[in-house]
Design a protein around this ligand. Sequence first.
Ligand code: ADP
Length: 355
Amino acid sequence: MIDDPSLLVLLDDAPAAISVQRGPELRWEMANARFRGLLGGRVIVGRTLAEVLPDWSQLRRIVEEVHKSGTPYSAHEQRFLIDPAGTGALVDGYFDIVCQPLRENGAITGVLSFAVDVTAQVEARKRLESIANELRQAVDARDEFLSVASHELKTPLTALRLQVQSLQRSVTRAPDAQFSPEQLRARFDAADRQVQRLVELIDTLLDVSRLHGGADVVDRARAMASANGSSLTLESPPELRARLDGSRIDQIVSNLLSNAIKYGRGKPVTVHLGIDRQPSGSRATITVSDEGIGIAAEDHARIFERFERAVSRTHYAGLGLGLWISRQIAEALGGTLTLESDLGKGARFTLSLPL
Ligand code: ADP
């Protein structure tokens, strides 16, 4: 028994959870303020270990084992379920703990436990570990992004360089040769196409971190569509146009339109604006449909991920970022971007936004 009053006060105020159990039933002889706090401040002195702690309790098992075996127990950052509020709503706590058998004349008469609460440190460390993990993932994503981007940028640059070199060779070989306007136009057109591709790629790359606003998407896309041989139709209730004029929506629709044109096999493309009135609230919907190559069901989820594509690089250039960016923006606006499509049967992307 500890009966010195100043020692009892010191033990009660100690910045560690201290308890002593005695006798064959391990009846609590003392439990300081910290220890009682872990059990919601319940009165435990005088009660047995089995009365206070359920049989699955980690602490109960440790104390019983030390009592039975006489072997001290110690652990660093041991996890316990504690009940600090005393409501039975258990939470995780981490402790550096020591349990010592108490002996009299060689016989074990009880158990002393001493536990320092290190929950705050463990949780802070876990938070740091998870931030470090996120940072590592961000760095990996950046590296992957840079390698895909540099590979994609090199393709049109190499083609452009070949065209310039071939022009140089022609001029060097026959300095006085006259090129017909058609020949010159064909060569410059070819070079211009590569420059255009570079511009588009750089636009996509910049979109990843910067959202650009701008002119009427549909008008811009109409020019692009006619260059690709597709026609573009806009179906829209008039009152909706003004309301939906946002640069972020512009960016999503321009991604969907350029895909519809790129993968649309030159067939008509339709943009439909509508209002979907639901009891939960009205939503504006923008549907971009094409009659192009379509997307197999097993690729529907994947193509919205970063760098994921369902076509070969040799047939269609691209970074696999447009749909990922578009869905990120749609979700940031509280909306959704969904897809209906079958391989070979065109694709229909629907952007739905709360009004
Ligand atoms: P990118 O077009 O640069 O590859 P996206 O993220 O915009 O990147 O598209 C991802 C993939 O989804 C494309 O590579 C293509 O396989 C598929 N896809 C997107 N839009 C269409 C569409 N309208 N028709 C068919 N396939 C499409």
